[in-house]
Design a protein around this ligand. Structure first.
Ligand SMILES: [Fe+2]
Length: 247
């Protein structure tokens, strides 16, 4: 099982506060049968540069890895961690020379957080298309958060760019949204699942709860499309066999 979206790296954004919390989060993922975590800290171009962001992220990652190596269980007992970013859209994003470096390492998958305020403009949609035409694969983070904020034609415009779609596990767990979530999964609109976990409590890893809800409602085959997309990531890490966990 792969978690495509998380804030696991300690002390770099509003996610994990420190190494102890990150290890606790990894223990939760492990107990849920999650093998592979995409660590995607927030990148805001108006508050840092790609160079500073990547240096801070990579340093915090190294400290976490050193700690895991020294645990009694050893690092191999923990899920694999792949480094990426959750890039907040800004005007001119498609011209950023560092987009490749902000992709999930070893892939051309770029997780993009679309703006929350105001209606998306045609310019924004064109920039997403432009990023795709550059050979990258944009992935829209937590699409469920926009479904009530944007007119349906704007959501359709975004989907028409060919962007891949990630949704959070919570989408399948909330009584208010799960019907829509099941429909979007059945329609193959959802390409990746992520916990978007930030901590051990209010926004804890919850992959297994979502997988269980999906399998109960739709059966394990409903995850086939998501599993297929996960190979985009796993192939890049030489892990192109079916990973363990549900479905
Ligand atoms: Fe996030």
């Amino acid at each position: 099982m792969l978690d495509f979206h998380s804030h696991l790296i300690p002390g770099v954004d509003d996610g994990s506060k420190d190494i102890a919390m990150s290890v606790g989060m990894l223990d939760m993922w492990k107990s849920q049968g999650v093998d592979f975590i995409c660590a995607t800290p927030h990148f805001y171009a108006d508050s840092t540069s790609p160079d500073r962001f990547l240096a801070k992220r990579d340093s915090a990652y190294s400290s976490l890895i050193d700690t895991l190596k020294n645990t009694p269980e050893g690092i191999t007992s923990y899920p694999h961690i792949a480094l990426g970013a959750e890039v907040y859209y800004y005007r001119g994003l498609s011209s950023c020379e560092d987009l490749n470096r902000l992709c999930l390492q070893g892939t051309n998958l770029l997780l993009i957080e679309m703006p929350f305020g105001g209606e998306w403009t045609d310019y924004m949609i064109r920039e997403i298309s432009e990023i795709k035409s550059m050979g990258l694969i944009p992935v829209a983070a937590h699409i469920e958060r926009y479904l009530k904020r944007q007119p349906s034609d704007k959501i359709d415009d975004l989907l028409d760019t060919g962007i891949l779609i990630q949704c959070n596990c919570e989408f399948f767990l909330s009584f208010k949204t799960r019907k829509k979530a099941f429909r979007m999964l059945s329609d193959k609109t959802i390409d990746f699942l992520g916990s978007d976990a930030h901590n051990l409590t209010s926004r804890a890893p919850n992959m297994s709860d979502a997988i269980a809800a999906i399998e109960k409602k739709l059966g394990a085959d409903a995850l086939h499309h998501v599993k297929k997309n996960e190979t985009l990531v796993l192939n890049a890490y030489g892990m192109n066999t079916t990973i363990g966990g549900a479905a």
